[in-house]
Design a protein around this ligand. Structure first.
Ligand code: LP5
Ligand code: MN
Length: 261
């Protein structure tokens, strides 16, 4: 667990922004097959995000990521990196946490997009509020098939072996995993693909009752949990499948806003 009470500053941070607004997004699953979502994201980055002091991207920015050399052959990946870089250069700090689709994003992408990669989970302070950021997949403890898959693909050995393979081989492997995952998901009960209540309670208790913000489940909501007499809030972020959305906090006021057009 890493605590980033004062998250390190991006190399572009000018320190001059008077905005106190913080934005959270996740699960955009950007890909060439959903160009309208890419357009929504571009508009969000150009029109909404510049007013914010910080933007947190909590995983699954891309449909999948096979390694940072994806930047060499994928115009969409380069476009996204360039737009994020421009946003960072204008003074908005950008933080990224890996999702289960883009856990292979590395330092090259971070540099080219002007962002900083945060570990999952990361605890930050916004004003006097302690906020725990997660992708959300680690809370889905009933999905034991997924958790063992996750353990395997997050190991350094597996990642080294995979990244040594040529791009077409990685591309084919990513597509096989996607198909297998979709087949298995269609047979899993809905409940096991949501967070486990005890896992959530444990995290609230261990982290001293922060606000939790996560994505992954694609079940956007504001939940209240009563844990040891503390009324705790858990925000689940909207995915960007048909429309998009973001969570914002400004002067202690939290709001979920849809992005469409
Ligand atoms: O992503 P989502 O929300 O649809 O489903 C997730 C879980 N699935 C996954 C897999 C991802 O969708 C695909 C990841 C692609 C990564 C690309 C880079 C990898 C590198 C490869 C090459 C460089 O995370 C799904 C959960 C669901 O969330 C809800 O929480 O249920 O979990 C699964 O479906 C996992 C399966 O149950 C078990 C794993 C199947 C993989 C088997 C590999 C077969 C390979 C075949 C090779 C010939
Ligand atoms: Mn996910």
């Amino acid at each position: 667990m890493v605590t980033a009470a004062n998250p390190p500053q991006s190399p572009f941070f000018k320190g001059g922004s008077s905005s106190q607004q913080t934005l959270f997004i996740s699960d955009l699953h950007l890909c060439a097959e959903r160009p309208h979502i890419t357009r929504l994201f571009e508009r969000f980055i150009a029109e909404t995000a510049p007013a914010a002091e910080s933007l947190y991207i909590l995983g699954d920015l891309f449909e999948y990521w096979i390694g940072d050399d994806q930047l060499d052959g994928d115009p969409l990946a380069r476009n996204v990196a360039q737009r994020l870089h421009r946003l960072a250069a204008s003074g908005t700090r950008i933080f990224f946490m890996h999702g289960n689709r883009d856990f292979l994003i590395g330092e090259r992408f971070a540099r080219e997009a002007g962002l900083e990669i945060l570990p999952d989970p990361t605890l930050i302070n916004i004003g006097n509020t302690s906020v725990l950021l997660m992708h959300g997949d680690t809370l889905c403890t009933d999905d034991t098939r997924y958790q063992s898959f996750r353990q395997q693909v997050r190991s350094a050995e597996w990642q080294q072996a995979i990244l040594a393979k040529p791009i077409p081989e990685r591309q084919a492997l990513a597509q096989s995993i996607r198909s297998q995952s979709d087949i298995e998901k269609s047979m899993k009960p809905e409940a096991i693909m949501d967070v486990n209540a005890d896992a959530v309670t444990d995290v609230f208790r261990e982290q001293r009752y922060p606000v939790i913000v996560h994505g992954h489940t694609h079940r956007p909501a504001r939940h209240e949990h009563l844990v040891n007499g503390h009324c705790c809030v858990r925000w689940v972020l909207q995915d960007w499948h048909e429309i998009g959305g973001y969570l914002s906090v400004n002067a202690g006021e939290w709001r979920a806003t849809a992005v469409s057009g």
